[in-house]
Design a binder for this molecule. Sequence first.
Ligand code: PLP
Length: 387
Amino acid sequence: MPSTPKYRLLTPGPVAVPERILRAMSGTLLHHRSPEFIPIFNEVRAGLRKVFETQRDVVILASSGTGAMEMAVANLTKRGDLAIVVRGGKFGERWAELCESYGVRTVCIDVEWGRAVEPDAVRAAFRSHPDARYLFVQASETSTGVYHPIEALAAITRESPDRLIVVDGISGVGVHKLPMDAWGIDCMVSGSQKSWLLPPGLAFIALSERAEAALERCDQPRYYFDLRKEIEGQAGASPAYTPAVSLIMGLQEALRLIHEEGLESVLARHESLARLVRGAAEALGLGLLAADSPSFACTAIRLPEGVDGKKLEKTIRDRYGITMAGGQDKLSGKILRIGHMGDVDGFDMLTAIAALEMALLDLGHPVNLGAGTRMVLELMRTARTAR
Ligand SMILES: *Cc1c(COP(=O)(O)O)cnc(C)c1O
């Protein structure tokens, strides 16, 4: 018997990667200008378009998700422009910081951590700042486990033809329904270590036609992250710089898996895993941070008073082998986040809840042992699936 428990990765990124994809990445390393690689690159571009639900090009970058966020700001804005930023967690703060780094003035809508932005608050912000040109927002604010109402926000932003909505879909694309073209999303970004079943290292960015026009108006310095070069180059399967070939081979396999399952089923899978964990938390008498508008990427469970979240996270990891995420900044020690993305199913959620129950008992918090796991099983039975 191994002396350490089995390693399980249940964070909202990076996520567990299926064997099939790990194998696809371990093959012969192709040259990126070789005739063998070009069809792979083109297949991946087509597959990405289907997941973004867009006819537009999805550009592939060798960076973490934040690189694609930076690329959006660096390529769409002009110094001195005004942006409305939804700031309801760590990643909302990141949009504001990026804008400030590029000399874009910001008006932040500060949303209580754990709540979704009210569309009316965005409408009011645009009304008070008619010169604002952008709305920056997360689809899924991973730090709080909240989903923001993107469809409504896109409609409000597009009431004026001069405004762009830029969506951080890093834990949103492939998790929530976010049809880029149908909803009129102008720019959407994502990152490989979230719903894409891949290791970290790739980021994706797509622009609407209106957003592409903004590339010419932009006066920001850009070199490696010059989206004009990538849009043109990648259309001819010729990225401006060496792409992350191995990860792109993994992406080919990942997209095949995603399309075999079907996008609707992929989205439903995340939703039902989230439902299992929310049900279990409630059955254990634990609150949810984002009860009103929960993300399907991860569930943020509020920890009871007197339970040290950092100790809990450490106990779950060291004693039971499961890596989950705690809270960041003002939520540090107060919440536990269980991820629903990657190679996980209902039995993984069951294990996560079992470990949570045991660790709470270990830390001296009274728990009705089995109340949470029983709920997971009951919900799985009702759904008649291992999800
Ligand atoms: C993970 C995540 C990021 C950060 O991505 P990196 O790959 O760490 O740069 C940004 N936004 C959201 C919503 C995320 O979930």
